[in-house]
Design a binder for this molecule. Structure first.
Ligand SMILES: Cc1cc2nc3c(=O)[nH]c(=O)nc-3n(C[C@H](O)[C@H](O)[C@H](O)COP(=O)(O)OP(=O)(O)OC[C@H]3O[C@@H](n4cnc5c(N)ncnc54)[C@H](O)[C@@H]3O)c2cc1C
Length: 393
């Protein structure tokens, strides 16, 4: 399909979602203009897990070599009980995930993944990249869209994809919807020197406990190690920049076994932020404007799938734009129809996983027994619906 000379599709936000949508659309011959609010494209945070359903899409976008060079293929997810320190189960990844799903399970530094996407976007003649443009308005104009920025600029396109994240202004303009605090906070830290974290290996290590869990994994070749703790409590201030008080974090882990406590203590400079929820929306699209990524759906991080859902959104959106290139509104309707059931299933599974991770008392003991008795192949098979997913078209 060639749309040479046609007005570009505007994409609000140059995070993992917006850049992957730009690459997926460009690969289909669609011209794109990515408008990022910040002065520079950047990605904060530490590590990110990319299941095979996401890596398949990145590889399809030409990032296979970059992933092999900059990311890590963990051998397994190892689940342990935080109170006893006992190993409960291991879900094989590595070669097993590759053989089972035809694409690897990766972990990477967020900034490394983001840089891969940005470099690829910078090389594409179909993609225009602009920074310092915060879109705060949009209206239908003729057969396209006029998007307005907070400093009074107006940018025209044939359609608008809002990839402006969890606090999406465009979601609130188009649908009047905003996320709310989930009752949990995420704490995150990185350690450059992984030597002291003997349990890390090349696995995603998960420690489960009452109303709290933590995980850590090496997210780049040779380090660093990323740790995330998810705990209940009052809302931390929004954003990524809130430094967490380590004493407060430690209180959520009182009574835990020595090994996870030693690992927690090995990380300094914890940052914390509130985990938000957005009730499922019935529509993501209005005419030639649509939402994707965290702007469309905010998932709890228990299945480590929020960014991967943005990748699936991007691939689906591009497939539908290719199907009806002259009718973005129709393409967006088809896109949201295809995506909503899938995202709903991942949302529910993620919430359920959170309940399981944070069990206490008799439920915790039952969970430990069940996990301990489950054969590895059964644990792997339980993830097939998630990791085996392929975007058609
Ligand atoms: C603790 C935690 C762990 C997680 N771990 C994983 C994991 O392991 N794997 C996984 O797949 N997912 C994970 N996620 C989810 C993942 O981080 C998000 O789903 C993903 O980053 C969303 O990407 P996005 O591009 O939609 O939004 P964002 O990354 O938020 O990008 C939005 C972009 O839009 C820009 N912007 C904002 N407003 C405007 C505007 N008005 N105009 C223009 N630009 C604008 C922003 O500056 C930003 O660059 C995790 C989430 C949390 C909280």
């Amino acid at each position: 399909m060639s749309t040479a000379g046609a007005r570009p599709v505007l994409i609000a936000g140059g995070g993992i979602g917006g850049l992957s949508a730009a690459l997926a659309l460009a690969a289909r011959g669609v011209g794109v203009h990515v408008l990022e609010a910040e002065r520079e494209f950047s990605e904060s945070g530490a590590g990110i897990q990319i299941g095979p359903n996401g890596s398949r899409i990145l590889i399809g976008l030409g990032l296979g070599d970059a992933l092999e060079a900059g990311a890590v293929r963990p051998e397994a997810v190892i689940l342990r009980d935080g109170l006893s320190g006992r190993r409960l189960a291991s879900v094989p990844l590595g070669r097993e995930a590759l053989a089972r799903y035809g694409a690897p399970y990766y972990v990477a530094e967020r900034r490394v993944l983001h840089r891969m996407l940005l470099d690829a976007a910078s090389r594409s003649p179909q993609i225009q990249l602009s920074t310092g443009i915060r879109l705060t308005a949009c209206r239908e104009q003729g057969r396209g869209i006029a998007a307005g920025s907070d400093d009074g600029r107006e940018i025209e396109g044939r359609a608008l994809v809002a990839a402006d994240g969890v606090h999406s202004r465009l979601r609130s303009i188009l649908f009047g919807r905003a996320p709310v605090f989930s009752g949990r906070n995420a704490w995150r830290a990185t350690a450059a020197d992984a030597k002291s974290l003997a349990a890390s290996g090349d696995a995603v290590n998960l420690w489960l406990g009452p109303d709290a869990h933590m995980l850590h994994y090496r997210c780049g070749p040779g380090g660093p190690v990323n740790a995330v703790a998810i705990v209940g409590g009052e809302a931390a201030s929004p954003g990524w920049g809130t430094r967490g008080d380590t004493g407060e974090l430690a209180r959520h882990f009182s009574g835990w076994a020595d090994e996870p406590l030693r690992i927690l203590a090995g990380f300094k400079d914890w940052m914390r932020w509130p985990l938000l929820e957005l009730a499922p929306m019935r529509r993501w699209s209005r005419g030639a404007a649509t939402l994707m990524g965290d702007a469309a759906h905010v998932l709890m991080p228990f299945l480590a799938s929020g960014a991967v859902m943005a990748l699936e959104d991007a691939a689906t959106l591009a497939a539908e734009m290719a199907r009806t290139p002259d009718d973005p509104a129709e393409a967006f309707r088809a896109y949201e129809q295809r995506r909503m059931a899938r995202v709903g299933r991942v949302r529910r599974a993620s919430a359920r996983m959170g309940e399981i991770y944070h069990m206490s008392g008799a439920m915790r003991l039952a969970r430990n027994l069940t996990l301990g008795a489950a054969p590895e192949r059964l644990l792997s098979a339980r993830n097939d619906w998630l990791y085996g997913y392929r975007v058609e078209g």
